[in-house]
Write a protein that binds this ligand. Sequence first.
Ligand SMILES: [Zn+2]
Length: 276
Amino acid sequence: MKPSVYKYDQLEVHGVSSAGTGTCLTVPRLKMAIDTAQGWPFVYPMNHLFLTHAHIDHAGGVAYIVSQRGLMGLRDLKIYMLPELQKPIRKILNTWQELEGFDYSYEIVPVESGDRVKIDEYHYVQPFQTVHRVPSQGYALFQQKKKLKAEFHGKNSHQLADLRRQGVALEDVWYEPQFGYTGDTDIRFMDHCDPEILKTQSLFVDCTYWDDKKSIEHAMEWGHIHLDQLIERAGEFLGERLVLTHASRRYKKSDLEEILSRSIPLQFRSHFIHFP
Ligand SMILES: [Zn+2]
């Protein structure tokens, strides 16, 4: 399985996404993945694995990934998930470990909305609330931003270096959401999540149903989003890109592109991207 590649600004995401078949997204530069699909090789090198929920098309590959990493001698895997998923996921991993007859190397870390997981000096991941048929949450990657404080504008590089040596904090530092993925959810995640999430530069969202082959009511019943719901609330997304994932297999790629060009109002057209 060769992953699709999404690039925007400094972000590069590799992944696959198809409703009911398999979804996983990785940020290779940071060795992080969200969901596992069936456990494809491009996920093995990721050390931070976040699970949105335990439907098999999203989390079914977890044992495969842990096992393959073991055979490859890869260590330091952390698997992040809602607290209520710890016990059943550990049970699955223990069962496979016993059947395979070698020790798996991984750590399960329970996380929920409001927590922050440090990825490196410049990035953290924050879980956020979503609404699905089973316990679920999305994840957003925040990136550090820095700017020289206004009071130091006009100083030359020697003066700044002197101040830095004296231990003066020269820059304002803050974090902005660069990449996020909702996992499976219905549209109400927009009302439940931290409002910062709606500012994510590239927000990957569940968009399972795209036209009148399936109604909004059907989407709500199955805990998914219909494209019409995203269009109706497009003005509430304050990021730059809304990346539509998890399309139902009933649509061909060409259908999806055609629906996008036909249905998205002109002012939002460059914001909506389909990710296969
Ligand atoms: Zn699901």
